[in-house]
Design a binder for this molecule. Structure first.
Ligand code: NAD
Ligand code: UDP
Length: 337
């Protein structure tokens, strides 16, 4: 299949590009580079042995997207492009609604025009809101605590309605848990702008000496050590889930939703300890107050993805910690080197 990866220059999209090509498909990337660097394209060439066609466009720009579709004859779209910082979405909600919703609508309209009928969407476990129970199962109640999450839930609804109206359209909604790690080559990885919001990039920047210490947000949660519990998943496992999802979409119609997680929860201190042990390093930390909007515990029930997509996460926490550190230590300035 020839697959369009919107946001394919970003963290998850770039890892998915490698897996897509390795599975024998053709990838094309469209990205405006608002949160990624052009250097990733060279690295992708190195890893895949292919020049991945690249369009530097805003995926909400219908004219540009239309021109690209006219030229490329896609079989499927994986839609990663969007803004993703929860805190920023609270202060700039309109920017988040505009970018995230517009990109999805533009793609759907242009796909209909060119009769492209397979759509895989990057959703998030954040659509479960504040969970009443864990593990989280796909059919559970949804609801969000911030504008970013609402964009994901709204797009899930838009896609579900579009596939109900257009019987040819096949939609797979992937609810990611917490992607961490990097490609084992150390050539591609997560390269956040400024001070990282997420736990793993923060830890690796402490390890490299860029930041003095980690702040642990709360140690009074009802969890085994009081710190927040999440389902961390290796980005390469996540990327492989997209290959399964796109192949599933090609063979089925309608909308399906899948959790992509490991099913195991680790606390912040579990992660700190695992990172120290896996890499023989010390991560100084201090306990800070809870971060507003955080929940105590989130982890997936990954059974549906296993049964229906034949996908399971294969990498463990040691792999995740070692691969995160290899990426950071080999590329102290990310892609800027
Ligand atoms: P990322 O920021 O690294 O990648 C997103 C890419 O989209 C970036 O390269 C950015 O330049 C591009 N982009 C943004 N708006 C665009 C537009 N209008 N037109 C073209 N390109 C545009 O983020 P990521 O971590 O790789 O996440 C990919 C997707 O997965 C996002 O939709 C995100 O919301 C979702 N997701 C991420 C996580 C996570 O923890 N990383 C968790 C759940 C869901
Ligand atoms: N966290 C932390 N310090 C940080 C960043 C995150 O203690 O500097 C905690 C956060 O409170 C949560 C977990 O690490 O319990 C994962 O946070 P992250 O922002 O990576 O992902 P989230 O699950 O919030 O999307």
């Amino acid at each position: 299949m020839k697959i369009l990866l919107t946001g394919g220059a970003g963290y998850i999209g770039s890892h998915t590009c490698v897996e897509i090509v390795q599975a024998g498909h053709d990838a094309v990337i469209a990205d405006d580079l608002s949160n990624s660097k052009p250097a990733v394209l060279e690295r992708l060439k190195e890893l895949t042995g292919k020049d991945i066609p690249f369009y530097q466009i805003d995926v909400a720009d219908k004219e540009k997207v239309d021109e690209m579709f006219a030229k490329e004859h896609f079989d499927a779209v994986i839609h990663f492009a969007g803004y993703k910082a929860v805190g920023e979405s609270v202060t700039k909600p309109l920017m988040y609604y505009r970018n995230n919703i517009d990109t999805a609508l533009t793609l759907l309209e242009v796909m209909e025009k060119y009769d492209v009928n397979n759509f895989v969407f990057s959703s998030s476990a954040t659509v479960y809101g504040v969970p009443e129970t864990v593990p989280l199962v796909e059919g559970m109640k949804t609801g969000c605590t911030n504008p970013y999450g609402w964009t994901k839930l709204m797009i899930e609804q838009i896609l579900t309605d579009a596939s109900a109206a257009n019987k040819n359209l096949s939609v797979v909604l992937l609810r990611y848990f917490n992607p961490i790690g990097a490609h084992p080559s150390g050539r591609i990885g997560e390269d956040p702008n400024g001070i990282p919001n997420n736990l793993l990039p923060y830890i690796t920047q402490v390890a490299i000496g860029k930041l003095p210490q980690l702040g642990v947000f709360g140690n009074d949660y009802p969890t085994h050590d009081g710190t927040g519990v999440r389902d961390y998943i290796h980005v390469v496992d996540l990327a492989k889930g997209h290959v399964k999802a796109i192949e599933y979409a090609d063979e089925h119609k309608g909308t399906e939703v899948f959790n992509l997680g490991t099913g195991t929860g680790y606390s912040v201190l579990d992660i700190v300890n695992a990172f120290e042990k896996a890499n023989d390093l010390k991560i100084p930390y201090v306990i800070k107050p809870r971060r507003s909007g955080d929940v105590a515990e989130m982890y997936a029930d990954p059974k549906k993805a296993k049964e229906v997509l034949n996908w399971v996460a294969e990498k463990n926490l040691v792999d995740m910690c070692q691969d995160s550190w290899r990426w950071q230590s080999n590329n102290p300035k990310g892609y800027d080197e």
